[in-house]
Write a protein that binds this ligand. Structure first.
Ligand SMILES: Cc1cc2nc3c(=O)[nH]c(=O)nc-3n(C[C@H](O)[C@H](O)[C@H](O)COP(=O)(O)OP(=O)(O)OC[C@H]3O[C@@H](n4cnc5c(N)ncnc54)[C@H](O)[C@@H]3O)c2cc1C
Length: 492
């Protein structure tokens, strides 16, 4: 088990003495947001996660300052200063993390939250070579729009795409809805530039994907959660825009039927299958209780959303109709809705996106983001249900069927002060279950503060030896341990 070590930072001088020097390093207006006792709460959007679960309220007494550099040189100056004064640095993108990785872990050690939002320029979009090179603070939705404008497709799409930034996506190894078709961040990341804690620039920029010239240093930043340095620029692969897109929502009686539907989709629609999302009936009930959304499908144990992207104008419609016919006649689905317009397709996606929103409306909630073999999904949900039902807890699941990423969510209509106590009903059970099943405790949201200390349990992660090597890598990049302390890894 990974040991939780205390931060190695030396006792810190009060943050107030650093504000004037930092302001001289970042002279443009609004670049340094300092805490103010007369205006408590002004920094809270940066010191607390958006769900209000991680981080802390800014009370104006100086637990954090927020820095908004507008160029790479300013990021360098900030990191050089932080290193010289051993100040903890928390890189922050859109602050949409679900595991508390983008906010300071505690108000005990004053820290610098470095927001990348001003680094939002698109340097270049090359249609011939199909890449987009931009600054790390560019918002994902803006990159999708820029690719669309040029008749190309940006391969990443998340529920948080209106706020999250491409640097944050790289640092969390974000997954998302179209992983099925376009793959992971690693398979689309061509290059990046990062500033190391020392202030040195590590230029890993490339516009080409193929290289067998040694281990890939850029991959170290994928999933690094701001613990190695600050990513300032990213180069991403673009794909041809689909000529036709079709979407269907199937009512599915069981998980084994969902698996049959997946196999049918692969054999009927081939490589056009781009999204395969699944929701259980319990989460749809929650959505309909919390939000005035028309539910598009009749009651069933599970609902599977299939989206096809085809490069021939007519074939997506033909393929989805063939899939529907085969699924209904073979028993993989009991019913189905084919979206007849972009508006209908958006409404169905709206229901899928509403799952997280409905959960968030509860005062006490637990979100787990596991990858698990399909055969284990019902078992973990049933065992969790058995543990929480006595306290009025409700267990709902949804996820990315194609990549076996289950979002297991547990909600309680209880006083929020009981969050920690109720966690004891679920943890460490859920983590032990995932470890025993050979899964991952984080399929796409990252480790953050929630799961720091459990990295050695992830299948394929090398166990304690793997974590020891990661610690050495961390120490090579960040010998003083100033980068995002308390998250992911800490140096011994
Ligand atoms: C409604 C909703 C839906 C979501 N759906 C998905 C989903 O489908 N798939 C998925 O994977 N995630 C999902 N997420 C989680 C989240 O959006 C992703 O983890 C996203 O990649 C975080 O990006 P961000 O810019 O908000 O990063 P932040 O939350 O600001 O930061 C996340 C981590 O990255 C680090 N970081 C940020 N920027 C940089 C940088 N430039 N350099 C170095 N480190 C940096 C931070 O220090 C932190 O450790 C969802 C979140 C919400 C709220």
């Amino acid at each position: 088990m990974l040991r939780r070590s205390p931060p190695l930072l030396s006792p810190l001088s009060p943050l107030s003495q650093h504000l004037a020097p930092l302001s001289s390093l970042l002279p443009s207006p609004g670049s340094v947001l300092s805490p103010s006792p007369s205006d408590p709460g002004r920094l809270t959007p940066h010191t607390r996660c958006w769900r209000g679960v991680h981080g802390f309220e800014d009370d104006g007494r100086g637990a954090a300052a927020v820095l908004r550099p507008s160029c790479t040189a300013e990021v360098q100056s900030v990191l050089r200063y932080a290193t010289a004064h051993r100040l903890p640095v928390i890189p922050q993108g859109g602050n949409t993390s679900l595991v508390g990785s983008a906010v300071p872990a505690s108000p005990a050690a004053p820290s610098l939250v470095v927001c990348l939002g001003r680094l939002d320029k698109i340097h270049e979009l090359d249609q011939t070579e199909a890449y987009l090179h931009c600054q790390a603070g560019a918002v994902l939705k803006d990159l999708q729009a820029a690719a669309d404008d040029q008749g190309l497709h940006f391969p990443l799409s998340l529920g948080s795409e209106g706020s999250c930034q491409i640097g944050g996506n790289v640092a969390t190894n974000a997954g998302g809805s179209y992983f099925e078709r376009y793959g992971s961040i690693s398979s689309n990341l061509l290059g990046l530039t990062a500033v190391l804690p020392s202030g040195e620039i590590l230029d890993l920029h490339s516009t080409l994907s193929k290289s067998s010239a040694g281990p890939s240093l850029r991959s170290l930043f994928v999933g690094s959660e701001g613990t190695l340095g600050i990513v300032t620029d990213v180069c991403f692969k673009l794909h041809p825009a689909p000529a036709s897109t079709e979407l269907a929502l199937f009512s599915v009686p069981s998980l084994s039927a969902a698996s049959s539907l997946q196999a049918l989709a692969a054999s009927t629609c081939g490589g056009a299958v781009s999204a395969l999302e699944i929701m259980d009936d319990r989460v749809l009930s929650l959505v309909s209780e919390q939000l005035p959304l028309p539910l598009p499908a009749p009651p069933s144990s599970y609902h599977v959303l299939v989206e096809l992207h085809s490069h021939a104008a007519s074939s997506a419609r033909e393929s989805i109709e063939a899939l529907a016919a085969a699924a209904l006649s073979g028993g993989a689905a009991s019913d189905g809705v084919l979206a007849s317009s972009g508006k209908e397709a958006a409404a169905i996606w709206g229901v899928r996106e509403a799952c997280g929103v409905a959960v968030n409306a509860f005062p006490v909630k637990f979100k787990y983001d596991f990858s698990l073999p399909l055969a284990k999904w019902e078992e973990i949900a049933a065992e969790a249900r058995g543990r929480v039902e006595g306290e009025g807890g409700r267990v709902v699941t949804w996820g990315h069927l194609g990549d076996r990423n289950i979002h297991l969510n547990v909600v309680f209509d209880a006083d929020s002060s009981r969050q920690e106590e109720l966690a004891g009903l679920l943890e460490p059970f859920v983590y032990d279950f995932v470890e025993a099943a050979g899964g991952s405790i984080s399929a796409e949201h990252g480790i953050g503060v929630c799961k720091a200390g459990r990295l050695d349990t992830v299948a394929g992660g090398g166990g304690e030896r793997g974590v020891a090597l990661l610690r050495q890598i961390k120490a090579a990049f960040d010998p003083l341990g100033i980068m995002n302390p308390g998250k992911l890894l800490q140096i011994e």
